[in-house]
Write a protein that binds this ligand. Structure first.
Ligand code: SAM
Ligand code: SF4
Length: 335
């Protein structure tokens, strides 16, 4: 029997977040610069390599697979990959196949995702105002995303909205967004903005709004109850008594969840990051490409990476750039 992935701190690795492309049809100001240069195609893992990689992780005990990007649904042929992954759901090896998307392609793909066994998705949406949406995403158009949400819900997918909390941008929409989700029976999670990559001087739209302040604002309008539920990640949950809604709060660089961290991230070029808050990575593409017919070297490289998973990201801030800034883009590791 294969031994599951357990890191040096006795944490079982059961959750893989995989970026399948660095490209995107939006240019959100906190994520990308307007003129991003993207990787040449040969650098990217092929769909077959993505399949081998995920299948190896699943064989080693990964139970939840989240596909992200860039925008995962702009990767050509990605539905073939989702359809292929559904075999692991059917066999019971995988519990959940899911994705994080900007929603722009959902109108087209929601039925296929549902058919492949996807049950829940995260859709990123920061504002319900068309002009503000165009401003924050630069290239995105709100009606297209709203149609995507409709399509997802019609296909039976459970939707959670992810909203980046931005001071003086969507502060005034806290209640509108909350009510929008309550009316549509969607969960809602707020994410604190992280300083990532070199995205130019866009700070006007990227101002930090602490989730502590956001929570205080919620308390002015609702009876807020803390939930003890944790998912091994940086999210904490609240319930609003009046609507019955669950609200998530994600403070990505807080370290109070490291002891239960169950996840690793892989980029579209096959780099594995075992901690979101540190720069440490290793390469899985070479063993994939050097041994196209044999997964032993890949498995050894996966085990070696897990053996080096840091205890937590509060232990080595010196490896980040000044001010806690991470040099890589969120679109590189997929958030
Ligand atoms: N394109 C997809 C999307 O937007 O959902 C998936 C990739 S995107 C990088 C994943 C998540 O990261 C999104 O919810 C996005 O809002 C979030 N994100 C991007 N840059 C961020 C930043 N600097 N701080 C916090 N969250 C960020
Ligand atoms: Fe694209 Fe998602 Fe980044 Fe926005 S947050 S630019 S949608 S990858």
């Amino acid at each position: 029997m294969t031994q599951n992935l357990i890191d040096p701190f006795a944490r079982a690795i059961t959750y893989l977040r995989l970026s399948v492309t660095d490209r995107c049809d939006f240019r959100c100001v906190y994520c990308m610069s307007e003129n991003m240069s993207f990787l040449p195609k040969k650098e990217l893992l092929t769909l077959e390599e993505l399949d081998r990689l995920c299948s190896s992780f699943i064989q080693l005990g990964v139970k939840k697979l989240r596909i992200t990007g860039g925008e995962p649904l702009v990767r050509r042929g990605i539905m073939t990959f989702f359809e292929a992954m559904s075999r692991h759901l059917d066999s019971g090896a995988l519990d959940e196949l899911t994705l994080t998307t900007n929603g722009s392609q959902l109108e087209k793909f929601a039925p296929q995702l549902a058919a492949a066994g996807v049950k829940r998705i995260n859709v990123s949406l920061d504002t319900l105002d068309e002009a503000k949406f165009a401003e924050i995403t630069r290239w995105g158009r709100l009606p297209q995303v709203l149609r995507g949400l409709d399509a997802a819900q019609s296909a039976g997918l459970r939707v959670k909205l992810n909203t980046v909390a931005l001071k003086e941008f969507n502060e005034d929409e806290l209640i509108t967004l909350t009510q929008f989700c309550a009316d549509r029976d969607m969960d809602l999670t707020f994410i604190e903005v992280m300083p990532m990559g070199d995205i130019g001087n866009e700070n006007r739209l990227g101002q930090y709004w602490s989730l502590k302040d956001l929570r205080a604002e919620l308390e002015k309008n609702y009876s807020v109850v803390d939930l003890t539920e944790r998912t091994g990640g940086p999210a904490r949950y609240l319930r609003l008594e009046e609507t019955g809604q669950k609200i998530g709060l994600i403070t990505p660089l807080s370290h109070n969840f490291c002891e239960s961290c169950n996840r690793v991230r892989i980029t579209c070029t096959g780099e594995i990051y075992t901690c979101l808050g540190q720069e440490g990575k290793s390469d899985l593409r070479q063993p994939l490409r050097d041994y196209p017919e044999d997964d032993h070297a890949l498995e050894a490289a996966i085990r070696a990476a897990i053996a080096g998973k840091p205890k937590g990201h509060d232990f080595d801030y010196s490896r980040q750039e000044l001010g806690g800034q991470m040099s890589r883009h969120m679109s590189h590791t997929g958030g």
